[in-house]
Design a protein around this ligand. Structure first.
Ligand code: UFG
Length: 335
C-alpha cells in the first residue's frame, strides 16, 4: 500500500485517482486544513474504489505512526505542506513547522517501519534565482527568496542525507505551476477561499466572481515585463508521479536520490495568460498593474529533458488546453 500525504486536495486527489487506476492500494493522510472529505466521494465515483482515509497531521508523530501500525506501507508520496509563497513571507514559523518539522516526523516513522521509498513534491523555487533559466537539475539550488522555498530546499537536503546514510530511495520532483482538473470534471482546483494562484484567480474574474485581476508589476526583465512561468496541466503532472514510482520500484538500487524537473519546456507571461483567456472567454478580462508581490521572481522555467530520458515522461497538454478546461468547467457549473 502507498501512503499519500496531502494538505490541499486538488493535485493530490488527481494523484489518488491515477494510482488507484494503475492498480495500487492507497491510504491518504490529510489534516483537512485546506480541503474537504467531499473529494473522497469524487475519487470513489471516478475509480469505484474508496481510498483509506486518515484525518491526521504530519506534525503529530503518533498519528503518523498509527497509520504505519495499521497498514503495510511500501512507499510514500509526500505532498503535505503549506504552499503559498507570499503567505510564507508573512508566517515563516508556520512554514518551518508544518513543512520541515512535519517531514522530519514522517521520515523518522518511515524508517522505523522500514519504509524507505518516497516521492517528494518539491518546487522550482529551490533554484538559485541568480542563475539564468532554463534550469536543469544540477543548476545550483540556494538563495531561496521566501520561507516556502527554503522549506523545500531543506527537505530536499534532508532526503539526500537519508539516501546517503539511511538507504532511502527518493524521487525528488521539482515542479512549478500546476493548473486545471481531471477530465471527469469532478475534481477541480477549488481553494477554500480567494485564490492566490494566477489561473484560479483569472477564472474568478472571467466569471465575474471577482472584479479584476491584479498583475503584480510589469517591469520585470521578461518578454512583456510580467512574470513568466511554465504552467503544467495537472493530469500530466500526476502521470509523472506514477512514472517516478515505477522508476524507484525498478531501480534495483539500494539507495537513490534523483531530482527531476517536471515542466512542459515552454513558458507563458501573465499578459499572455490574460490574452489566451480572452480568446477563450470572448470578453476582456479586467486587470490592473499593481506593486510587485513579496517573494516573487521574474522567470522560472526549466529543461524537462532528464524526466524524458529517465522516467520516459513528457507533458502532453498545453497551457491553452488548461485554460480551456477550466473555463468549460466553470460554464457547466458542476461544483
Ligand atoms: N500573478 C499575478 N496576479 C495574481 C496571481 C499571480 O500577477 O493574482 C503572477 C505572479 O506574480 C507570477 C505568476 O502570476 O508572476 C504566477 O503566480 P502564481 O501565484 O500562480 O504562482 P507562483 O509562481 O508564485 O507560485 C507557484 C506555486 C507555489 C510554488 C511556486 C514555485 O503556486 O506553490 O510556484 O514552485 F511555490
Amino acid at each position: 500500500m502507498l501512503l499519500l500525504t496531502w494538505w490541499t486536495w486538488y493535485i493530490w486527489s488527481h494523484a489518488a485517482v491515477t494510482f488507484i487506476e494503475a492498480g495500487y492500494d492507497i491510504a491518504i493522510l490529510d489534516n483537512l486544513s485546506n480541503s474537504s472529505k467531499e473529494v473522497l466521494k469524487h475519487i470513489e465515483n471516478i475509480t469505484w474504489k474508496a481510498p483509506k482515509f486518515y484525518e491526521a497531521d504530519i506534525r503529530d508523530k503518533d498519528a503518523i505512526e498509527k497509520i504505519f501500525k495499521e497498514n503495510k506501507i511500501d512507499g510514500v508520496i509526500h505532498f503535505a505542506g503549506l504552499k503559498a509563497v507570499w503567505e510564507s513571507c508573512d508566517k515563516p514559523y508556520e512554514y518551518y513547522e508544518n513543512n520541515v518539522v512535519g517531514s522530519n516526523n514522517l521520515f523518522e516513522i518511515m524508517e522505523k517501519y522500514n519504509c524507505k521509498d518516497i516521492i517528494f513534491s518539491s518546487s522550482a523555487t529551490v533554484y538559485d534565482p541568480n542563475e539564468n533559466p532554463p534550469f536543469i537539475e544540477n543548476t545550483p539550488t540556494w538563495n531561496t527568496t521566501n520561507p516556502y522555498g527554503t522549506t523545500k530546499f531543506i527537505i530536499e537536503n534532508m532526503l539526500r542525507d537519508l539516501a546517503n546514510h539511511r538507504d532511502f530511495r527518493v524521487a525528488n520532483l521539482r515542479y512549478f505551476n500546476p493548473v486545471w482538473a481531471h477530465e471527469s470534471w469532478l475534481i477541480w482546483e477549488d481553494p477554500n477561499d480567494i485564490p492566490n494562484n494566477l489561473l484560479p484567480y483569472i477564472m474568478k474574474v472571467a466569471s465575474w466572481e471577482l472584479p479584476e485581476l491584479s498583475i503584480y508589476w510589469d517591469d520585470y526583465d521578461t518578454i512583456d515585463g510580467t512574470g513568466v512561468r511554465d504552467y503544467i496541466h495537472v493530469v500530466d503532472l500526476v502521470e509523472a508521479h506514477l512514472d517516478a514510482w515505477k522508476y524507484l520500484e525498478n531501480s534495483g538500487k539500494k539507495a537513490v536520490f534523483e531530482s527531476f524537473n517536471l515542466w512542459t519546456g515552454t513558458w507563458t507571461s501573465v499578459k499572455e495568460m490574460i490574452a489566451y483567456t480572452e480568446e477563450i472567454i470572448w470578453h476582456p478580462l479586467n486587470h490592473e498593474i499593481v506593486e510587485r508581490r513579496s517573494g516573487d521572481i521574474a522567470s522560472a522555467y526549466c529543461s524537462p529533458i532528464k524526466a524524458k530520458e529517465i522516467l520516459w515522461w513528457k507533458a502532453k497538454l498545453t497551457v491553452k488546453q488548461a485554460i480551456k478546461d477550466s473555463w468549460n468547467f466553470i460554464q457547466t457549473n458542476i461544483r
